[in-house]
Design a protein around this ligand. Sequence first.
Ligand SMILES: C[S@@+](CC[C@H](N)C(=O)[O-])C[C@H]1O[C@@H](n2cnc3c(N)ncnc32)[C@H](O)[C@@H]1O
Length: 256
Amino acid sequence: MYTVILRALSVLLLGTLCVATQLYDRPAVKQLVVSKRAPTIRSWEYVDGFPERIAVFQTVFWEPRDTNSMRELIETTDLVRNKSVLEIGTGSGLVSLCSLRAGAASVIATDVNQNAIENARYNANALDLGDRFETRLVSVHSAGAFSTLIPTETFDIILSNPPWENAQPRSIDEYALYDRDFELLRSILLGVRTHLKPGGRLLLAYGCCDAILTLEQLAPQHGLRVQRLDDRRLDDLPEVFVPGMLVELLPRKGCF
Ligand SMILES: C[S@@+](CC[C@H](N)C(=O)[O-])C[C@H]1O[C@@H](n2cnc3c(N)ncnc32)[C@H](O)[C@@H]1O
């Protein structure tokens, strides 16, 4: 008799467990549906001086050595503290995240790649830095450095690790590497006076001799000069190199 009751109880318990497991499984199925719609994370990365891992989405650029000097300057000085920052071409958001961490009052980050915009936003939210952060998608058809800004929008600090080489991008991920006829570079030179506040600073990370020499050649036409914040000589470097070289765009006389 007791054996029969025990068997009946164990069948009941097993049944309850099955139902409970199915119920428990349902949110997992829902999560799967949500994650299918989210952009795909290509990899998780760690960077020196940045304790948390950073997500990198499909088609989004990842080479943190490009911005070693820029990030060191942000992390070890008051460059961005309580300042408004614009980052042109944010990619995964790495430089913007550093700026937010270093106490920037606000950061606006642009990119021509929709995945980069979502990637930067994702990382900022994941690191709880999203409230001072805004992203703007640049149209490939109107891809000037300041094309998403209105003329009265000005910043204390403008930062960029622009695409380095003079070539035509053939896919959205190639916009990270190629800047045909250095159009983005030229548009930075054209718009810097409009969008930098008095006393503001504009810093670029470039790891390409051609890009740095072009910048130095074009800058005087805009009343600007280029200061290399790096001990290396271009003559000693290959045409394309890492870590990138930090350069600052300054007015030829006085300050912005
Ligand atoms: C060399 S990657 C740098 C990414 C990121 N800042 C970093 O250092 O890891 C250049 C970025 O600029 C973006 N880009 C290219 N042309 C652009 C444009 N006209 N306006 C805004 N972003 C652009 C690319 O999509 C890419 O994300």
